[in-house]
Design a binder for this molecule. Structure first.
Ligand code: MN
Length: 319
């Protein structure tokens, strides 16, 4: 998915890591993407920019798109990050400048490593399922790997974890020794959890990771805080386990990782380190250089927004 905001503000990430467990409930904001799609943007958030290397989280749907085009995101560029496409309902057809053409279905991982440059489009195929429900997430690449060769991975089979009343899928990174086949560049956790109403569980965590949770459906108490769709609960570091109690049948995403110590500069669909990185990437996209070409998408590619006047400065992970 693209950040379709026509006036994107420079996103300022960073600061000090939380040194211990916290329960910081942060409300997302509704953002319109194109004609018909509205998403809940949970990261970056006014209260927090990153959780581990996770730096962008949009939750969308469930939307009834039976009589709608659904997702229609024209070709656009990325730089310095990985995109994670994750669905609960529906399907998304991914095309990219490497020539990938892949339908991503519920509980399959679509993982695109932009590295030094890639472009892609995402669309609801025709015909498509009635419901579309999912999340689009970005992972910042560390400086050592941000110029890596672009790749696209599709993993239809992901490792699962089970406990009474709980079913989990490890999307990216690891939880309790269970590891996703998706390529990572920093220590991470991205886990989809389904809980049956009334089930109570304690999830084992990595104490040197920071974590956050968001509800995809239902209502679940996470460390005693009622969590519903539309908010993200930042949990901090220093936890060995996470108590959860499902008030209803519910599903949530648990995101975590080693606190990302580098300052990054995030603007539109790019993550760089300097204003020059961003300016050059924008110019290259507008001139048709570097980001390749997406074939087969029925429509024009996205134009980059204007750069803001103010200097763009890299920031750390909190604000
Ligand atoms: Mn995208």
């Amino acid at each position: 998915m693209s950040n379709l905001d026509r006036k994107p503000v420079a996103t300022l990430c960073g600061g000090d890591a939380s040194t211990g467990p916290v329960r910081d409930l942060l409300t997302g904001r509704n953002v319109r993407l194109g004609e018909s799609t509205e998403v809940r943007r949970l990261l970056p958030n006014l209260g927090r920019r990153m959780v581990g290397a996770w730096c962008f989280v949009d939750h969308y749907g469930p939307d009834d798109i039976a009589d709608e085009p659904g997702m229609q995101v024209p070709p656009h560029p990325h730089l310095g990050l990985q995109t994670v496409s994750w669905l609960h309902e529906g399907e998304v057809l991914h095309r990219d400048s490497l020539g990938s053409l892949q339908t991503v279905r519920p509980r399959e991982l679509g993982l695109m490593t932009a590295g030094r440059a890639i472009s892609h489009s995402e669309e609801s195929p025709r015909p498509h399922a009635r419901l579309l429900h999912g999340a689009q997430l970005w992972v910042a690449l560390p400086d050592t790997h941000r110029h890596t060769t672009p790749t696209f991975e599709h993993h239809a089979q992901l490792p699962e974890i089970t406990a009474p009343g709980l079913h989990g899928t490890v999307i990216l990174g690891s939880l309790d020794g269970t590891t996703s086949p998706g390529t990572t560049y920093t220590p991470l956790a991205g886990v989809d959890l389904t809980l049956r109403q009334g089930s109570s569980t304690k999830l084992p965590l990595e104490p040197h990771f920071e974590y956050a949770a968001l509800a995809m459906t239902g209502s679940v108490d996470v460390d005693g805080v009622a969590l519903e769709p539309g908010a993200i609960l930042y949990l901090g570091c220093g936890r060995r386990e996470l108590p959860m109690l499902a008030r209803t049948d519910s599903s949530l995403l648990l995101l975590g990782g080693e606190p990302f110590e580098e300052e990054i500069l995030m603007w539109w669909n790019f993550i760089g380190r300097t204003e020059e990185d961003i300016r050059q990437a924008r110019e290259d996209w507008m001139n048709g250089a570097r980001f390749g070409e997406v074939h087969g998408y029925d429509g024009d590619r996205l134009a980059a927004p204007e750069l803001p006047q103010l200097p763009l400065k890299p920031r750390g992970r909190m604000r």
